[in-house]
Design a protein. Structure first.
Length: 723
C-alpha cells in the first residue's frame, strides 16, 4: 500500500498503430490534439536498461519468528530480527519493479511487484532468496494474499486468483473486476474483504474460478487497509480514520463504529480489544475497540517516516514506514507499544547528477547517496549522508554537492571522499528547495513558494544569498542560459527572469502552459517545459519578453524532468525515460523510450549513459544509442540493425535487420560478464529487410549483449530480459 509522493497520477492511454513491428505496422503513441508532434516514423534510437541501484522506500513488511521480510524499493530483503535492537540483512533479491505488498507461505514469498505483477521468491534459505516463478499483469500489482493453494493478487481495477500448487508456474484460475485499486485484502471463511480505493468490497470466494463481488460501499475517506477479528471488520480509511463493521452477515456488513484520526489511517491489525493503526506521518496509534461502537484513541507513538503497513506475530508488530524502514514494536504491554528495533531502508529517488565515476542521488528522506557507476550494469553505493530533511535535487562541482532540500532548503556536502560525504553547511531560505543548478560559482535554487534564490558558492562552506525573485506561485524547476533563468512555475507555466544582476533579478516574460510545469531545459533560443500530463511544450524564447509555443509532444503522462544534450531532449515521466529528437525544435519527434521501475523524477545524461531518479525504484541506468543499436562498436557496412523490440522482453524479441547482400545470419548472446548464453542461426537470407525472432524465455532476467553476423560483418546490441 502506498501514496505517490506528489499527486495521484492521471494516466493518458497509449494506442498503437495498425499492425505490429513484425508486419511493418507502426508504434505511435496516441495523440491529444492537432498540435501534437509524436506522430511519424517508428522511433529510430534505442534506450536499453543496463543496471540499477535498487533501494527505495519500504511499503510492505512481514515478520514470522526471528525473520522479517521487508520491501526496500525493488528489493525483497530478508532480515534477522533475533536481536531486535540490531537487525541484520540475511539475504536479498532484486525484483524488476517496486515491492508494494508481500505474503509468505511454505518457504515462498509472494510479491506484488507494482508494474511487474506477481513474483514468486524462494526464501527457504534466508541467505539465498531467488525467484522461481512469476505471473505478469497488465495493471499495477498492489496487494497479495495466500489462501490455501491459491494466491490472490490485487491490481488496479482487477482481482486475480492464481493456483500456485506449483509455485514456479502460477496459473490463472479466476478473476473479477472490483472498482479502483485493490490496496489491501483479508480473508474470512469463504469471503474476501477488499480495500479498493475509497470503497469497501466483499468478494464471494467459494468458487475460486469465479470470484464474485457481492457487496460494496463507498467509504467517507480512502479505504486502504483491512483486518478481521471475530465478527468485526476494521477498515483503515485514509482521511476517514478507523471504521468498524459488523460482518455477522458477510454479504451485508453494517457499520457500527468510527473514529476520526486526523492523519491518514493506512493499515490496521487487531489484538484482543486493541486495534493498532498505521497512522501515516503520525506513526502508530493504539485504539481501544473493546466496545466496537465506541472506539477510543489511547496513544500514538512516532515511528519515523510514513507508517503504511502492519503485520503482527504474537506480541510483536512490524511497521513498514516509507522513508523510515521496517520498525519492530513490542506490544506485550498492550496500550504502551515500545519500539525495539529498526531495519533502515532507503528513501525516494527524486534528483540525480553525474560527475566522473559517480552518480549522486537526492534520495528524499534518505538524504544524498553517492553511487559508483564504473560498472553501469552493477552500480554500487559508495557513501551516504542525511541532508536534514527531504533531498529533492542535487548539483555537483569540484568535490562539492549542492542539495535542494525541502526542509533545509540549500545544503552543501563535501563529496571529495565519495565513501564519506559530509555536510558542510545548510541555508534556511524562504520556501523549499526543489531543484538546483550551477553556473560557475553561483547556484540557482527553485524554492517553491520562495521563487528563485540566487546563491554565491565561491566559498562552499559559507554560501551567501545574492538575490531572489518570487513569481507569485511555487517554482519547481530552473534552468540557466547566459543571463537568463527559466523557471518551471507549476500552474503559472514558464517564467523568464533577467539575472544579469544577481542582486536584482527581474521577470522579463512568462507563458502560461496548459499543464503543470515541473521541469525546464534550455537551448539556443528555445525552452523545453516538462508540463505534467500536457507533455513537453516547446517554447521560443528568442524574445524573452514574449515567449510563445512553437510545438509540443503529448501522449507522455506525468512529464516531470528534462535534460538537453545537443539535439536530444531526455524526459523523465510516469512511464520512465523518453528521448525526443529536437534537431528541429518545431518538429520534435520521439526517438527512444524505456520503462522505469517506479516514477521518473529528474534525469541526467552523460552520453551514452542516461540516469533516471526512479522514485522508489532508486536509480536506473540506461544506454542510449540514436542509431537504435545501443552499442558504439557497430561496424559500418551493408548489415544494419534497425531495431529490437520489445525491449525489455519477456518471452520473445524481434530484431529488424537490413542486409545489403545475401548471407547466413547468426546470433550469439552473452551476459554482461562476457559469458556465452545463447545462439541461433537463421540460415541464408536474401538482401533486404528481415525480422529475426529470438526466443529469450530460457534466459534469466538481466541484460545481454547480442552479436549478429553475416559473412564478415557484424552488429551488436543490448537486450534486457524481464519476467
Amino acid at each position: 500500500m502506498r501514496i505517490l509522493p506528489i499527486l495521484r497520477i492521471g494516466v493518458t492511454l497509449v494506442a498503437w498503430g495498425p499492425g505490429s513491428p513484425v508486419d511493418g505496422g507502426s508504434l505511435v503513441p496516441a495523440l491529444e490534439g492537432p498540435e501534437s508532434t509524436m506522430a511519424g516514423a517508428m522511433p529510430e534510437g534505442s534506450l536499453t536498461p543496463l543496471g540499477c541501484w535498487p533501494e527505495g522506500s519500504c511499503h510492505a513488511a512481514l515478520i514470522a519468528g526471528p525473520l522479517a521480510y521487508a520491501g526496500n524499493g525493488r528489493c525483497l530483503d530478508v532480515v534477522d530480527f533475533s536481536n531486535g535492537a540490531a537487525p541484520t540483512l540475511r539475504g536479498r533479491w532484486v525484483t524488476p519493479s517496486v515491492v508494494l505488498a508481500l505474503a509468505v507461505a511454505d518457504g515462498y514469498a509472494y510479491v506484488a511487484d507494482y508494474r511487474r505483477g506477481l513474483r514468486v521468491i524462494s526464501v527457504a534459505d534466508p541467505t539465498d532468496p531467488h525467484e522461481v516463478g512469476s505471473f505478469p499483469t497488465d495493471g499495477y500489482a498492489r496487494s497479495v494474499l495466500v489462501r490455501d493453494q491459491f494466491v490472490v493478487l490485487g491490481k488496479s481495477w482487477d482481482l486475480q486468483v492464481l493456483d500456485v500448487t506449483d509455485p514456479a508456474s502460477p496459473v490463472l484460475v479466476g478473476a473479477c473486476s472490483p472498482p479502483g485499486y485493490i490496496e489491501d485484502m483479508v480473508t474470512s471463511n469463504d469471503y474476501l474483504f477488499l480495500a479498493g480505493e475509497g470503497a469497501l468490497i466483499v468478494v464471494d470466494m467459494r468458487d475460486p474460478a469465479a470470484p464474485t463481488v457481492v457487496w460494496q460501499l463507498d467509504t467517507p475517506g480512502y479505504a486502504i487497509g483491512v483486518a478481521v477479528s471475530g465478527a468485526c471488520l476494521y477498515v483503515a480509511d485514509g482521511s476517514g480514520g478507523l471504521l468498524i463493521f459488523d460482518i455477522a452477515d458477510p454479504t451485508s456488513p453494517q457499520e457500527v463504529g468510527a473514529l476520526p484520526l486526523g492523519a491518514w489511517a493506512m493499515d490496521v491489525v487487531v489484538r484482543g480489544t486493541l486495534a493498532y493503526v498505521a497512522h501515516s506521518w503520525a506513526g502508530l496509534s493504539v485504539v481501544d475497540v473493546s466496545d466496537p461502537t465506541r472506539p477510543t484513541l489511547l496513544r500514538t507513538i512516532q515511528t519515523g517516516g510514513v507508517a503504511c503497513d502492519l503485520t503482527a506475530d504474537g506480541a510483536r508488530l512490524l511497521v513498514a514506514c516509507q522513508d523510515g524502514g521496517a520498525v519492530l514494536v513490542d506490544v506485550s504491554s498492550g496500550a504502551d507499544p515500545v519500539i525495539v528495533g529498526r531495519y533502515q531502508t532507503a528513501g525516494t529517488g527524486f534528483g540525480v547528477a553525474v560527475e566522473g565515476e559517480y552518480v549522486y542521488v537526492a534520495d528524499g528522506r534518505g538524504g544524498l547517496r553517492v553511487i559508483d557507476r564504473s560498472n553501469p550494469a552493477r552500480p554500487l553505493q559508495s557513501g551516504w549522508v542525511w541532508t536534514g530533511g527531504t533531498a529533492y535535487d542535487v548539483a555537483v562541482e569540484g568535490g562539492v554537492a549542492y542539495v535542494a532540500d525541502e526542509a533545509c532548503d540549500f545544503v552543501a556536502v563535501d563529496v571529495a571522499d565519495p565513501a564519506s560525504p559530509t555536510v558542510m553547511t545548510s541555508m534556511n531560505l524562504p520556501g523549499n528547495g526543489y531543484q538546483v543548478v550551477l553556473q560557475g560559482s553561483t547556484a540557482f535554487l527553485a524554492a517553491g513558494v520562495g521563487g528563485l534564490r540566487i546563491i554565491d558558492v565561491t566559498n562552499p562552506s559559507a554560501p551567501l544569498e545574492k538575490g531572489s525573485c518570487e513569481v507569485g506561485g511555487p517554482v519547481w524547476g530552473v534552468a540557466v542560459h547566459d543571463e537568463r533563468a527559466f523557471l518551471a512555475a507549476q500552474e503559472a507555466g514558464l517564467v523568464v527572469v533577467d539575472i544579469a544582476d544577481h542582486s536584482a533579478p527581474a521577470i522579463l516574460g512568462a507563458l502560461d502552459t496548459p499543464g503543470v510545469a515541473f521541469g525546464v531545459a534550455v537551448g539556443e533560443g528555445v525552452a523545453y517545459v516538462a508540463d505534467w500530463d500536457a507533455g513537453i511544450r516547446v517554447i521560443d524564447v528568442s524574445d524573452p519578453e514574449r515567449p510563445w509555443e512553437v510545438a509540443s509532444v503529448t501522449g507522455i503522462p506525468a512529464c516531470y524532468g528534462v535534460a538537453l544534450a545537443e539535439d536530444h531532449l531526455f524526459v523523465s515521466s510516469f512511464w520512465g525515460p523518453k528521448v525526443i529528437r529536437v534537431s528541429d525544435p518545431r518538429n520534435p519527434s520521439l526517438d527512444a523510450s524505456a520503462e522505469g521501475a517506479d516514477f521518473g523524477y529528474r534525469i541526467a545524461v552523460d552520453e551514452p549513459w542516461v540516469f533516471l531518479a526512479d522514485g522508489d525504484g532508486g536509480l536506473s541506468i540506461y544506454a542510449y544509442d540514436p542509431s537504435g543499436v545501443t552499442d558504439p562498436r557497430v561496424r559500418p557496412g551493408s548489415l544494419v540493425l534497425e531495431g529490437c523490440w520489445p525491449n525489455p522482453a519477456t518471452g520473445q524479441a524481434f530484431l529488424s535487420l537490413r542486409l545489403g547482400t545475401p548471407g547466413v545470419v547468426r546470433l550469439r548472446a552473452y551476459d554482461l560478464a562476457g559469458r556465452f548464453v545463447d545462439a541461433m542461426e537463421a540460415g541464408t537470407e536474401s538482401s533486404g529487410r528481415h525480422v529475426l525472432g529470438w526466443d529469450v524465455s530460457g534466459l534469466v532476467p538481466g541484460a545481454y549483449l547480442y552479436r549478429i553476423t553475416t559473412g564478415a560483418e557484424e552488429v551488436t546490441g543490448i537486450l534486457s530480459v524481464v519476467r
